[in-house]
Write a protein that binds this ligand. Structure first.
Ligand code: DAH
Length: 339
């Protein structure tokens, strides 16, 4: 019996010393000291020991158990200390490392320009309203004096949802929507996205933005239109900006004009940008056509008005002296960070 216990102790010690981690050590404990462990099975064999020898054998078993327990406890502490050491080394935080940069977004050049334009017109008593991008053919064309077979429809080819619904080609579609509400006078601008089936190049994109303007009141004249747009151009591009109205044609205004401003690049001297003319075009405008007023339920004998449509990308490019519209859409951070 003594030899047997000695062998168990030796085996247990060897197993404990070779345990490589806390889990392995726990397995050893279960193997030797657990309910079905080797030492426990020796205790169960006590019934075969002569009664007079039992106290001695019992004491021996207890000694063996204590020795094994002691070594397990010591080994456990060593393993735990080693584990702690390893984690302290692995999980070390280098407080001298530079912090990770958080990239903060900012406003797109289009938005910066748009908010500036909105401020200018709000300052003149205008309201900002929005209309749908997916629009009835009626509001985009017909209500603007562009009937089914009008050639102007060809110039503004767009994406058709069906016969009656299109992606709007111009923010002018908001004009009739506002007028038919019947609340007069009207003084609004309406910014938003417009679409045309154009190929992408330096000055075209199938999706772009416009800012529409509409004023309807009694006694509005071309002089009001001219004064308003002159104030707008000077506020946007500087007090020394000059404005030129060139006769033009739009189906929904009569008379109509295109407006040029002093070239932002050469200040009017003539350069590559303005094709040596000293002027660049920024918008279309005119006095609202009587047919358009009538279709929206307004009596042209009592009310008159003017309207204008500005290309947002165009005025942004001029403002920042950018020569390719595609730069606004390519999401190149090196470009966008400059604004
Ligand atoms: N909608 C026109 C276009 O996209 C621009 C325009 C011209 C708007 C004259 C107007 C206007 O309101 O009166 O080319």
């Amino acid at each position: 019996m003594k030899d047997k216990l000695q062998k168990i102790k030796d085996d247990a010690f060897a197993a404990i010393k070779s345990s490589e981690g806390l889990n392995a050590l726990n397995d050893v404990r279960v193997n030797y000291l657990g309910k079905k462990g080797l030492l426990t099975s020796v205790l169960k064999g006590m019934k075969d020991v002569a009664p007079e020898d039992r106290p001695k054998v019992g004491a021996l078993v207890n000694d063996t158990r204590e020795a094994i327990e002691k070594l397990i406890e010591e080994t456990k502490q060593k393993l735990e200390a080693a584990e702690m050491e390893r984690r302290l080394k692995d999980e070390v935080i280098d407080v001298t490392l530079p912090a990770r940069k958080s990239n903060c977004g900012h406003r797109h050049p289009n938005i910066i320009t748009l908010e500036e334009v909105e401020d200018i017109f709000i300052g003149m008593g205008y309201e900002v309203v929005e209309g749908p991008e997916v629009e009835y053919d009626y509001y985009n064309f017909e209500a603007l004096n562009i009937p089914a077979n009008h050639p102007a429809k060809d110039e503004q080819d767009t994406f058709y949802i069906n016969d009656k619904i299109v992606l709007r080609t111009q923010t002018s579609s908001v004009q009739a929507r506002v007028m038919e509400q019947g609340k007069l006078p009207i003084r609004i601008i309406s910014p938003g996205r417009a679409f045309r089936s154009d190929e992408v190049d330096a000055t075209h994109s199938p999706s772009f933005h416009q800012i529409e303007g509409l004023v309807i009141d009694k006694g509005i004249t071309f002089a009001d239109l001219k004064g308003t747009l002159e104030v707008f151009a000077k506020k946007l591009y500087g007090e020394d900006t000059r404005v030129k109205f060139r006769p033009h044609h739009f189906p929904f205004t009569e008379p109509s004009a295109e407006v040029d401003v002093t070239c932002f690049k050469c200040k009017g001297k003539g350069c590559r940008f303005c094709k040596n003319s000293g002027w660049v075009e920024i918008l279309g405008c005119g006095m609202v056509h009587p047919n358009v007023l009538r279709m929206s339920g307004i009596d042209p004998e009592i009310y008159q008005g003017f309207a204008f449509g500005v290309g947002l990308e165009r005025i942004t490019l001029f403002k920042y002296e950018i020569d390719d519209m595609r730069l606004l859409y390519e999401n190149d951070m090196r470009f966008l960070k400059q604004f």
